[in-house]
Design a protein around this ligand. Structure first.
Ligand code: SF4
Length: 487
């Protein structure tokens, strides 16, 4: 027997070096004991040799992809299993394509579980705001099932680049100061405050998305496994919602159809743009047209053309496919979470949009997503910041930015999400319902359609209305895609 010694939680690269050593001395899989630091040692072994490979090893791309994920599983047999697969790969280069092979099937199952845990961490980290001597910091507690903390770090840095944040887990912690990522020791649940003003938003979002008539508990717990519930503010309502589901569904069936709620009239300007004081002169007169989205994003950070920048954390630029995409989706303005993170449509309305895009068969990465107004307009309510619709002068002022974004991106079709985007992009000043789904044009002549803003679904109180409106929203996006493809 020969020992391959690893640290307690080895990364792929560490296992790879040890595996190379073993292969270089032709150590058969059954002769190798894989030991991690701190694990009990049942076998007497020769020490690990430290050798350089004498002949090139064959390692396929498929094996590397599989091993990178499987090594993050918690199954203690994973190192031996991976080594046996690598050993066999030297004689059978197509091994990874044989899904029926017992070793490959086990490794695939491990890799799949790890990817799923990563996906759940991306979706289920919930930050709480704390005050520190350096200003606000966002801190989250998360309990992954596997060793994925380092693997997910890049995702959080990209998504929350504009925030100072920490993610604490039972295995390690990640800290981002706006410029640098550092890794710290593990923490405990009590390192993170138990609740936060944003918890109410997550609970309201979940309740609004919970459809008692479509409740399938098994499917729901597959999407949101119970393992994660204890750290999700919205999960505290799940049991009560499930208990009430049957009577709520009966009520839905018994209820008379309800007329759609009348919307308030279109926002009217308190100040007409032409009456704006000089300090609010449209930014267009002061700025040169940007040559790229990157230029525009840089310039946007400095915009002070209207007062909205004062109470916002940052301007939120558009993002996504920026080279002649099929669609550009334009919403109203960033919300609370978008303001903190610096990315559009990542809060509750963003989740509704993701669901709708998925149902319409449109990948989010294939569209450009932005807002008509780039800073978050809000009013304080206790510890919460409540969305406030931008007025006409603010929309007009910010139009310069969205116009240039669309000029640079050149989508085949623009979709205005809600009346604010509609009024910003087009000459139409009436209601959204009058022209919803019709073929329109932006003021600059791009093909355009208009539909609801996804947050409208969050506000509908009636389940039947919500379901019908969701289906209509999906259809609007499908129609927009078809029109873009045909155009
Ligand atoms: S809302 Fe638009 S116009 Fe107003 S400061 Fe922000 S980026 Fe500039």
């Amino acid at each position: 027997m020969i020992a391959a010694n690893l640290s307690a939680i080895p990364a792929y690269e560490e296992w790879r070096e040890a595996a190379r050593n073993m292969l270089s001395i032709a150590a058969a899989p059954e002769d190798v004991v894989w030991r991690t630091q701190g694990a009990s040692d049942l076998f007497a072994c020769a020490p690990t040799p430290n050798l350089q490979p004498t002949k090139p090893l064959f390692v396929s791309r498929a094996f590397i992809d599989l091993a990178r994920k499987a090594v993050l599983h918690t199954d203690p047999e994973r190192f031996a299993l991976l080594y046996r697969a690598l050993w066999r790969l030297q004689r059978n280069r197509e091994l990874c394509q044989d899904a029926a092979d017992a070793d490959i099937a086990r490794l695939n199952a491990m890799a799949k579980a790890v990817r799923r845990d990563e996906h759940k961490m991306h979706a289920f980290v919930r930050f709480k705001e704390i005050e520190t001597p350096d200003g606000p910091r966002f801190i989250a507690w998360f309990e992954p099932q596997f060793h994925i903390v380092d693997e997910t770090a890049d995702f959080f840095v990209r998504r929350f680049a504009g925030m100072r944040w920490s993610i604490i887990t039972p295995e390690a912690s990640l800290h981002w100061d706006g410029e640098r990522l550092s890794r710290g020791p593990r923490g405990v649940r009590s390192d993170v405050p138990p609740d936060d003003a944003r918890d109410a938003d997550w609970r309201a979002y979940y309740e609004s998305m919970f459809n008692p008539a479509r409740l399938k508990v098994a499917a729901m717990t597959r999407e949101m496994p119970k393992h994660y519930w204890k750290n999700l503010p919205e999960a505290q309502d799940i049991s009560a919602l499930i208990r009430a589901a049957s009577s709520r569904a009966d009520d839905m069936v018994a209820a008379e159809p309800t007329a759609p709620r009348k919307r308030a009239g279109a926002a009217h300007a308190k100040i007409a743009p032409e009456d704006l004081p000089e300090r609010l002169t449209p930014v267009a007169e002061h700025a040169n047209a940007p040559h790229s989205i990157e230029d525009l994003t840089r310039a946007l950070k400095a915009c002070r053309a209207c007062p909205l920048w004062k109470d916002a954390t940052q301007a939120v630029p558009g993002e996504g496919a920026s080279d002649h995409p099929l669609l550009a989706l334009v919403g109203e303005q960033p919300g609370d979470q978008e303001d903190l993170a610096g990315h559009p449509f990542i809060g509750p309305a963003g989740l509704v949009l993701d669901r709708t895009l998925e149902a319409a068969g449109i990948a989010r990465r294939e569209v450009f997503i932005t807002n008509a107004v780039k800073h978050f307009k809000h009013e304080p309510r206790g510890k919460r910041r409540l969305h406030k619709r931008p007025d006409r002068s603010e929309v007009e002022m910010c139009r310069w930015w969205v116009k240039h974004e669309l000029d640079l991106v050149q989508p085949r079709l623009v979709v205005a999400l809600g009346v604010t985007a509609l009024h910003s992009l087009s000459a139409h000043k009436g209601s959204l319902s009058a022209i919803r789904g019709e073929a329109l044009e932006t003021r600059e002549g791009l093909a355009m359609r208009a539909t609801i803003h996804p947050s409208a679904l969050l506000r509908l109180p009636d389940e039947a209305d919500k379901e019908a409106e969701f289906a209509r929203f999906v259809q609007d996006l499908k129609d927009a895609r078809a029109a873009a493809l045909a155009g």
